[in-house]
Design a protein around this ligand. Structure first.
Ligand code: GLU
Length: 305
């Protein structure tokens, strides 16, 4: 078996010099205050192994990684009906782009661009009385950490500046693809993005995706085997904004990034991994995280390909 601890320590040393080459996201003012030199990685294997390096247990704003959780919730509840409301194709445009939506009648390309995530949240608002409570309890269950919570300062900061997300939601409403009150949908979306989790929380929370949809800690099934396969296919093709092709090419794992600097990925039937380094590249992905993930599959010799 690969010596994950040794690999993580090497990766950390070999990538730390990249600090200062990216830029912390500042379009959400509260995120701009993140310390740029934070850096951690956690690997969680299905047989219960946990390997960590650096700031792996410090919480950060998971931002778009949260889209994976709300998508899993609505995919589980609605099944294939969801595909009437969104597609399964990479967008090839940035995560918050409006351009395609006009031509494609308000149907987002996939669940992991902002428009698709807003539709998922809208579904959740229709399906549950208290979506914020449901999201929190799902994520706490997946991570095994009852302390996971929203950061209301970050959620408020995004609400005050999230004009583009408001535009996306209103635009989709004009096509009939948002059923609920736009403000309510945006509020739930900004809160899910503000979830604070550590690399260890996220690696544990992603482990059901490495395990055919079953949480290895509790034995609870959250997606069918087939839905889990489809989720991983979407993560591989659409999880890293318009750098998904590069991530498949260089790393070869289904994964999701967030503008808080996190990247969480899985190797089906084996492990989940999460890195956090807040400085982003020009695609909005963690610059160090991209390299760390590439080194991980190179050094261990494992990937889905
Ligand atoms: N809350 C962020 C936004 O909607 C999430 C973006 C991201 O992490 O990709 O702009």
């Amino acid at each position: 078996m690969a010596d994950y601890q040794k690999h993580l320590e090497e990766i950390y040393q070999e990538t730390i010099h990249l600090q200062g080459k990216g830029k912390v996201a500042d379009y959400i003012p509260a995120l701009a205050e993140t310390e740029p030199t934070k850096y951690g990685i956690t690997v969680c294997t299905l047989d219960g192994g946990l390997y960590r390096v650096g700031d792996a247990d410090e919480t950060f704003s998971i931002q778009s990684i949260s889209k994976v959780f709300t998508f899993a919730m609505v995919f589980n509840a609605m099944g294939d009906k969801l595909w009437k409301r969104m597609g399964k194709e990479p967008s090839g445009t940035s995560f918050n782009s409006l351009i395609q939506l006009e031509k494609e009648n308000g149907i987002p390309r996939n669940p992991f661009i902002n428009a698709g995530a807003l539709v998922c949240v809208d579904c959740l608002v229709s399906l549950t009385k208290n979506p914020l409570k449901e999201i929190l309890s799902f994520v706490r269950k997946l991570s095994g950490n009852p302390k996971v919570n929203y950061d209301s300062v970050i959620a408020d900061s995004e609400r005050k500046t999230g004009f583009r997300n408001a535009a996306l939601a209103n635009f989709m409403k004009s096509f009939g693809n948002i059923e609920n009150d736009v403000e309510e949908v945006l509020n739930a979306y900004f809160h899910q993005c503000s979830l604070m989790m550590s690399c260890t929380d996220l690696a544990k929370a992603f482990s059901f995706l490495a395990n055919g949809g079953v949480n290895p800690q509790t034995g609870e099934r959250h997606l069918t085997e087939s839905q889990c396969k489809r989720m991983n296919a979407l993560l591989q093709t659409c999880g890293m904004y318009d750098e998904s092709g590069e991530f498949a090419f260089s790393t070869g794992l289904p994964g999701k990034s967030g503008v808080g600097g996190g990247i969480a990925a899985v190797l089906p039937r084996s492990l989940s991994i999460c890195s956090w380094a807040p400085e982003l590249n020009s695609y909005g992905n963690s610059l160090i995280g991209m390299k760390a993930m590439e080194l991980f599959t190179t050094k261990t010799g494992i990937s889905i390909f």
